[in-house]
Design a protein around this ligand. Sequence first.
Ligand code: G4P
Length: 300
Amino acid sequence: MNVQWYPGHMTKAKRMMQENIKLIDLIIELLDARVPLSSRNPDIDELGKNKARLILLNKADLADERVNDAWMEYFKARGCFVVKVNAKSGAGLKQIQPVVQEACREKIERDRRRGILNRPVRAMVVGIPNVGKSTFINSFAGKACTKTGNKPGVTKGAQWIKLNKQLELLDTPGILWPKFEDQQVGMKLAMIGSIKDEILNTEELALSLIRFLLHWYPEALEKRYQLADELAAGTDPVAVLESVAKVRGCLVKGSQFDITKAAGILLDDYRSGRLGRITLEFPDSDEVGEKSETSDPRQE
Ligand code: G4P
């Protein structure tokens, strides 16, 4: 399947980020824990060079916990600061503040040498659409925050959320549009729901997801749709999707399977976590989409 994208939005979003990046010390980069490499936009390296960086593996609750840990190691081994979080429930957010201090140690020391004491770190949240930027800002800032800037007649421009004495957050996140020459990346972003279904062939997408699940998480299919007998008899993705249609009563004209509806149900079940905690890429190779069977982190 060829996943198409609209480059039109990109330039505007990029320009806004370039403006805002000048104002900040730290970039908080949100990645989707289910697809940490595919949800990463490489432009951020160029845009954010010379800035401290903190990676948040968000939606960690939807991803395979053992693979989350493997990704944490992956990023740490590459010199990144990284915390896994669930922006929706707030899990993991408490660990962020000390890591921010650590990530910005150079800036804090530099300030101190210049006699500037207690200047808060200014941070911007960035990430691809739907990764959870707004949810994160709301949960992290909580109720205790106060907005500064943009007071009538005083300052115009960026609005800052004062989290505490040490940290201020830009209240508008930077949107990075996903980048994918690699169709595998596009497919994974579509599977997690970052690309609108209207521009996709959902049946093909569901079949790809089934193929992946049959290989890595067959028990998820078995459990959710009671497919033990069907999977024992064979693992043809089309047959599996038909079984989902059967189990869920997706029929057209009385007896034919409504495959489109079944595909929608399967994708929805995956995206919402009802299929279980499933990660779509593993950190055993730098090549996105390629996994060697010998180094499945779930087997460790
Ligand atoms: P964005 O600003 O980056 O575009 O993303 P946004 O915060 O709008 O979040 C997109 C969706 O992801 C929201 O769901 C949000 O609740 C969900 N989300 C964000 N962080 C997490 C997380 O850590 N775990 C889980 N499970 N979900 C998360 P929605 O369906 O659009 O809204 P709602 O049903 O939650 O109201």
